[in-house]
Design a protein around this ligand. Structure first.
Ligand code: PLP
Length: 632
């Protein structure tokens, strides 16, 4: 728990159990059920074809816990309900989930189902997202909001107007000034009275990486001048009563409630001004930004942490809106937020396996003899060598490292000139390592190869340096023997994880079982938002397998209610317009032509085209990926 700070970032859902495995408490700690699911047991059940009812799914694997999703939604709602009640706020909170955070069908359907009792709605930012939201909300509460954000062409606006005709509680939020002309025009043509919102470009600016969307120069929203022009246009076309919602979004991971209250206060002023100008204002939509504490530090100065709880967030919002509206004598608006990260991050865990690790033998001093090695060096090289030894004898760490570096560079120069052989070049590394290790200035960092594509499964690490807690999901009762970085299976030098929460440049890891007997599983936590949605096909690695796990009878029982294998080579090739069936036929003919009847080779191709693109563990044969049940 302490080493990997599980209590810090994981509470109340993740903990280390008495077996040294990570356990999931789907409803947090303070429930009567004391439900706890051992993650290793889930992974073994779904990946090991030999376990009872095992599915043989290959890793990487996403394990989803819908109960965690439900708990997150309920926590958010009750935090606002509590703030509304305790502050005497005279309207309610009804949030929406921005589907861009994770568009997976079952995630969105679950959110609509779990949120229906408290009118939780959806936010869409494109036409496909809108179609998805429309069909899902048909099964939700009729009062749930359907907020339409993003760039809009006439087709998008027509679709949003149709949603209104279908009695979905749709709001078209203007993000660009021009959109108002399209909305006025098309709503008249389709004879639909729209509900319109305006996204305001606030002056309040959020610092840090996620703040680039905020401030006057932010990409989205209308400036005050544009807002006034839109109001005029709506008034002239007799549609000012359609303007009912004010929206803003100053960026994800808002670090503090001070900044939050500042932004909400500014937006509340605009809201009141719009009411004064004659708009029929009803809702204030404060966008996303409710943050996640990825490293458990509760720090306000970092992109990977936030200094508040959900309750403090909700209280700050309610207080800021109430304060402004009371002063201006404006009726309290319905409060809406578009929290994505805070709702979906915890519910899914990415599991992957360390398939091999770089060796870490004792550094070798010249087998040819130190004197012979030194003799071959030029004068400067010999001076470096003697400085290195002298620094080592005196225990001067920094000087020792400096001279080791100098010596290495000098040897490379000599090698390039041709006066040093390849054996000496290899041995200089061993010599420098040996000396550094002898004085304790050298801790070897191992490279663990993990069966994962960073670009597919943790794209934000590569793109924006986002850190996620990464932890072995078992053997946590055993002291890790080494430190390592993680290298993925793509042939891209960026495909490695060498930064970890807590500012660490390596991770404490356990030795792998060299005989390939027991597997070593790691989990990436809090990645339920954005990572699946942003992941690409670099190196043609497809998405991971996905399972959905529910608690069942008994405090430690679980049921796998859905299992979907990851994309096959054929699936990912198809994404790039290749035709796997034709490719298979071509290779089959080639086999017939050159190696004649070789059914094993042909069936090997067939399996590869249909099974996962990831490396199978070294102990398995490379063309015999196990088959998995689809959607059982
Ligand atoms: N709403 C809008 C308009 C956004 O752009 C975003 C994300 O960038 C969100 C909501 C979700 O934000 P978060 O995930 O921080 O809650």
């Amino acid at each position: 728990n302490t080493l990997y700070k599980v209590d810090g970032w994981g509470a109340p859902y993740f903990t280390v159990n008495s077996c040294g495995d990570i356990s999931i408490r789907p409803y947090g700690v303070d429930t009567l059920s004391h439900q706890e699911i051992d993650l290793l047991k889930v992974v073994k059940k779904v990946s090991d074809p030999k376990s009872t009812g095992g599915l043989g799914l290959q890793l990487p694997l996403i394990v989803r816990f819908p109960d965690v999703l439900k708990n997150r939604l309920e926590n958010l709602q009750s935090a606002f309900d509590c703030a509304v009640q305790s502050q005497g706020y005279e309207a309610h909170y009804q949030g929406v989930y921005p589907v861009k955070c994770n568009q997976d069908r079952f995630v969105v359907e679950d959110i609509v189902k779990f949120g229906s009792p408290f009118r939780f709605g959806l936010e869409a930012g494109s036409k496909p997202e809108l179609l998805l939201a429309m069909s899902c909300l048909c099964k939700g509460s009729p009062e749930s909001l359907l907020v339409c954000n993003g760039f809009k062409d006439s087709e998008y606006i027509c679709l949003a107007l149709m949603a209104r005709k279908l009695c979905l509680n749709t709001v078209i939020v203007l993000e660009q000034e021009e959109e108002v002309d399209l909305v006025i025009d098309l709503s008249k043509k389709l004879a639909v009275r729209p509900v319109i919102g305006i996204r305001a470009k606030l002056r309040t600016k959020h610092s840090g990486h996620f703040g680039s969307t905020s401030g006057e120069k932010g990409k989205f929203g209308l400036t005050t001048t544009q807002i006034l022009r839109v109001v005029k246009k709506l008034e002239l076309s007799g549609m000012l009563d359609c303007l009912q919602l004010l929206h803003f979004h100053i960026g994800s991971q808002i670090p503090s409630t001070v900044l939050l209250a500042d932004a909400v206060g500014e937006a509340a002023q605009i809201y009141c001004e719009l009411a004064r100008l004659g708009a029929c204002m009803k809702v204030i939509d404060i966008g996303g930004g409710l943050g996640i504490d990825y490293d458990g530090s509760k720090s306000v100065d970092s992109d990977v942490s936030v200094g508040y709880t959900i309750q403090e967030y909700a209280s700050a919002v309610v207080q800021a809106v109430r304060f402004v509206c009371d002063r201006k004598g404006v009726k309290h608006p319905v409060l809406c937020s578009e929290s994505g990260r805070a709702i979906v991050s915890h519910h899914s865990i990415l599991i992957f396996e360390a398939v091999s690790a770089s060796s870490c033998g004792t550094p070798q001093v010249s087998s040819l003899g130190l004197e012979y090695f030194v003799e071959l060096l030029n004068e400067e090289g010999r001076a470096d060598c003697s400085n290195l030894f002298s620094a080592a004898i005196h225990g001067e760490y920094e000087t020792c490292l400096f001279h080791a570096d100098q010596l290495k560079q000098r040897c490379v120069e000599q090698f390039k000139e041709g006066s040093l052989g390849i054996e000496q070049l290899a041995e200089v590394d061993g010599l420098c390592e040996f000396v550094s290790k002898a004085i304790g200035a050298y801790e070897p960092i191992r490279t663990y190869n993990v069966n994962l594509s960073l670009f597919t499964s943790i794209p934000d690490f590569w793109a924006i340096g986002q850190l996620f807690p990464i932890v072995p999901i078992h053997r946590l009762d055993e002291k890790p023997a080494v430190r390592g970085i993680l290298s993925d299976l793509t042939c891209d030098s960026d495909g490695k994880i060498d930064k970890f929460i807590g500012g660490e440049s390596s991770l404490p890891l356990h030795e792998l079982d060299g005989n390939g007997g027991s597997k070593y599983y790691l989990g990436m936590f809090l990645g339920g938002a954005y990572e699946e949605a942003l992941g690409g096909f670099h190196n043609l690695f497809g998405g991971p397998s996905v399972v959905r796990v529910l608690q069942s009878d008994g405090p430690h029982s679980f049921a796998v209610t859905r299992a979907v294998p990851g994309q096959s080579c054929g699936d990912v090739l198809r994404v790039m317009q290749h035709e796997p069936e034709l490719m298979f036929e071509t290779l089959k003919h080639r086999v017939e032509e050159f190696v004649h009847e070789d059914n094993d080779m042909v069936s090997g191709f067939a399996r590869l085209f249909h099974n996962m693109p990831y490396l199978v563990a070294p102990s398995s044969c490379c063309l015999t990926a196990a088959t998995a049940n689809n959607g059982y």
